[in-house]
Design a protein around this ligand. Structure first.
Ligand code: GLU
Length: 430
């Protein structure tokens, strides 16, 4: 398939294994099944607007360093744009564009009233002191002020950002407004307007999606007989591991950037989390065997949960994957060529835009609670989260049967169809 890639004047066409190329290839495959005007199809391929900023930060030694940040609004058709902020030395405009587009389909597939956005700063947050991180965040937030508001674009945490980072953004925006604006970001600490359950939401939602997928595939399953491998032990991976473990699943391997640990009889996840918090690494955890991230993806298991970066499952390693099912906790972990190989091999893939939507669903609850200044307890949050995840999962299965496509295509078709219908009803301005 030939994929035409939109570029902006300052960008050369995106590279091989670019996340945006993956996002566009998935989009082009999905829209081929949908009967809509070519102009509408073309409209949804493009980000609505893209913002790049270079800004100075004073380091603790008094020197000044320049940083680059982005915010991309892919779509505002369904409501304000929504999506996280990533702090990583690997951030590129190409990656942020892809992540913004995935946010559009993600919000639409679970039917929450948002468009898609994403932002990021090219920085390794571990290379900064706490004070430097605060100065960088406040300066980046002040640069974003013309683009964000509780009714236009609402940031949230993503890789490398934390509830504390969200608190600094909320404070910076509020200082400019002259009053507190908690609904400007989600994923805040609970005592300044955050939601119960937000930290756990993505990982918990991944496990809800996994359980639905096991039921869909086998009719019935025994958690204690189901082995799970998780790549990534950040907020999403560690909370997915914890929730899976608490439901009795056998989490046999987990990893972080430096490598993984494996025990075919199952790992004691609460102990692993304690060990990881104390040592800053998984390596050396008792009663486990060290594995590399490459080996981890190829371990025999029932379910593989990639919960790290994009482009992890490629045409090279897809033939070697021994999992029977993949539940995508990361955004964009599987490239389209790997989808084809895994489909051929009958490995069921629960796509990212459904599997990891728990985070933005509870972000939506947080925003609603902030706007109403009326807060819910954690049971209410989890009950509503699970209902939305399960309804969306079932709708995705029905779509896959109707169009005779895999679950990724079904989720994409649902999301794209909803945005297209809204756009057609609203009409093209002027
Ligand atoms: N960064 C998360 C994601 O990729 C959450 C975004 C949000 O809560 O707005 O879905």
């Amino acid at each position: 398939m030939v994929v035409a890639i939109p570029t902006t004047p300052d960008q050369s066409p995106v590279q091989e294994l670019s996340a945006y190329k993956t996002a566009l290839a998935q989009y082009d495959r999905a829209v081929a099944h949908i009967d809509i005007d070519d102009g509408v199809k073309e409209f949804m391929r493009y980000p609505r607007r893209e913002f790049a900023v270079n800004f100075p930060v004073r380091r603790d030694d008094n020197s000044v360093e320049m940083f680059t940040g982005y915010r991309v609004h892919h779509s505002t058709v369904m409501g304000p744009s929504k999506g996280g902020l990533r702090y990583s030395s690997h951030v590129t405009l190409d990656e942020i564009r892809a992540l913004a587009m995935w946010m559009t389909w993600k919000c639409a597939v679970v039917n929450i009233p948002y468009g898609g956005a994403k932002g990021g700063v090219v920085v390794d947050p571990k290379s900064l002191s706490e004070r430097e991180l605060e100065r960088l965040t406040r300066r980046y937030a002040s640069e974003l002020i013309p683009l964000i508001s509780p009714h236009s674009d609402i940031p949230a945490p993503d890789m490398g950002t934390t509830p504390q980072v969200m608190a600094w953004i909320m404070d910076t925006y509020s200082m400019h407004a002259g009053y507190s604006v908690p609904a400007i970001v989600t994923g805040k600490p609970i005592h300044i307007g955050g939601s119960e359950g937000r930290i756990e939401a993505t990982g918990r939602g991944v496990v809800v999606a996994m359980a639905e997928a096991l039921r869909f595939k086998h009719g019935h399953f025994d958690a204690t007989e189901t082995s799970v491998v998780i790549q990534g032990f950040g907020n999403v991976g560690s909370n997915a591991a914890a929730h899976a473990h608490s439901l009795g699943f056998k989490v046999v391997a987990v990893s972080d950037v430096s490598g993984g640990i494996y025990n075919p009889d199952g790992l004691d996840i609460p102990e692993v989390r304690k060990y990881h918090a104390e040592n800053g690494a998984l390596e050396g955890f008792p009663n486990s065997q060290a594995v590399t991230n490459t080996e981890l993806l190829q371990l025999p298991c029932d379910v593989l949960i990639p919960a790290a970066l994009e482009n992890q499952i490629t045409a090279d390693n897809a033939p070697k994957i021994r999992a029977k099912m993949i539940v995508e906790a990361a955004n964009g972990p599987t490239v389209p060529e790997a989808d084809d190989i895994l489909n051929e091999r009958d490995v069921l893939i629960v796509p990212d835009i459904l599997a990891n939507a728990g985070g933005v669903i509870v972000s939506y609850f947080e925003w609603v609670q902030d706007l109403q200044a009326f807060f819910w307890d954690v049971d209410e949050v989890y009950r509503r989260l699970e209902r939305i995840m399960i309804d969306a999962f079932n709708a995705m299965v029905r779509t896959s049967e109707k169009y005779e496509v895999d679950l990724r295509m079904a989720a994409q078709i649902m999301g794209i169809r909803r945005v297209a219908d809204a756009m057609i009803t609203r009409g093209f301005y002027p």
